[in-house]
Each structure stands twice: as C-alpha cells, then as structure tokens.
Design a protein around this ligand. Sequence first.
Ligand SMILES: [Zn+2]
Length: 265
Amino acid sequence: MIILIFLVLGLIVGSFLNVLVYRLHTAEDIVWDRSRCPRCHHVIGWYDNVPVVSFVLLKARCRNCKKKISWQYPLVEIGTGVMFALAGAYFFNVGDPASWGPVIYLLGVLFALVAIFVYDALYLEIPDIVLWPAVVWVLAFGFFFSWNMVSLKENIFDIAMLSRFLGAAAAFAFFWLMARVSREKWMGMGDAWLVLLLGLILGWPRILLALFLAFLIGSIYGIMLIAVGKYTLKSRVPFAPFLVLGTLIALFFYAPIVGWYLGLF
Ligand SMILES: [Zn+2]
C-alpha cells in the first residue's frame, strides 16, 4: 500500500517536472498557468492530464491538434514514479517518525536530479535555479542528519559532512580541470557545478562509483550512436543525464555493487 502511494505521488511529481522543465526554459509562470499543448497551445483538460494513462488513451496525440506527444512525458512520469516507490519501500516507515525526514530529503534530491536530467537532455544546459537550491537542500539536511545521528537500515543518509565536502571538492576539481584544459569541449563548466552537488549527495568515496558509471554508460551510449550513424564530431551529447544515472545507481546500490566487485577476487 505504501509503495502504491509513493508510486502515484512519483507519477504526479514526474508530470509536474515535465511542465516545470518546459516552463523554466520558456520562462513561463510555473505554477498557476493551466497546462497547454506545446504545439497548438490549446488548454489541456484535467482528464487529458492524468500521468501515463492519458498518454495511452490519447494514443500519444494531442486531442486538439492531433500532433504527437513526446515519449519524454510518460517516461519521466514512470521513472520518477519508480524511484519514489523505491525510496518509499526502502526507507519509509509510518510508525517511525525518525524515517520521515530522510524520506522527505531523498524525494527532494530525486526531484532535483530528474529536473536536471531532463533539462540538460533537452536544452544542453544545467538549470542554476534547480542546482543551487538543491545544494542548499543537501547541505541543510546533511547537517541535520549528522547532528541527529540518523542511521536507518541503509546508511545513505548518515554520510559525514567531511565525506560530503571531500566528495564535492574532488569531483569539482576534476571536472573543472577537464573544462579548463579542453576549453569546455570535453566538459562544460555546468557539469563541474553539477558534480559538486553530486559529491555533496554521495560523499567520498561513493562519488567515484557514480563518475565511473557515468563515463561507462556515456561511452556505451556514444558507441551506439556511432554504430547507428547518428553521431558526428560536431554532435554535442549532454553529459548530465549520465552523471545523474550514475548518481542514482550509486545512491541506491553502492553497497551491493562494491560487495559484488570485491567478491570477484
Ligand atoms: Zn495540440
């Protein structure tokens, strides 16, 4: 039941994130405007705005102009829904108020990471207006957790502040250097500020796993693009989505992955 509630919450939040990213980019009113079709600007009724369900019922077309609705919409909704459900299933316990804070913290982190993922994938830019509030969010909760000795069954919350600062500084220095040396051709300064946030979230040494996975998944994606002939030297591939993916995997599965790796020897 808890999982279902978190899943539905995640679907709704994912639906809001789709709108948020679009409106941040076009600088429209984020909260109070009615949802509109991005093509014909027809106001979308609530019955056509139900996460995933409407996409299926409308067969991926706007009711008014019949133009295609992007797959981005249901994918972001499902992705956010699944992550919220994971967070709820692993960490939420109604009877234990001490678990509420960490879960709120985690949902906030997921919110920011999905927003950054989608924004960079669409517009090749890290939105400052999401990044810096997220940094404040992670620092505030980090201090709160370290003072209150939060320790749940998995310890992704009780990361020491020193570990967070070390992870952020190391990741930022590495990416800043790449951006500098390559004059922002390999890596943009936006990515350096992003890994600062990711380092604060994961701490040292978890951030290393996230960066490793980001480069690994990014390379595989690049090779696939070359294989299908879609990649040219002029192509700019957004890197933030890979950094976010690596971070999510490291956040939820650090212990089993490291255990598996050490078991190889
Ligand atoms: Zn339309």
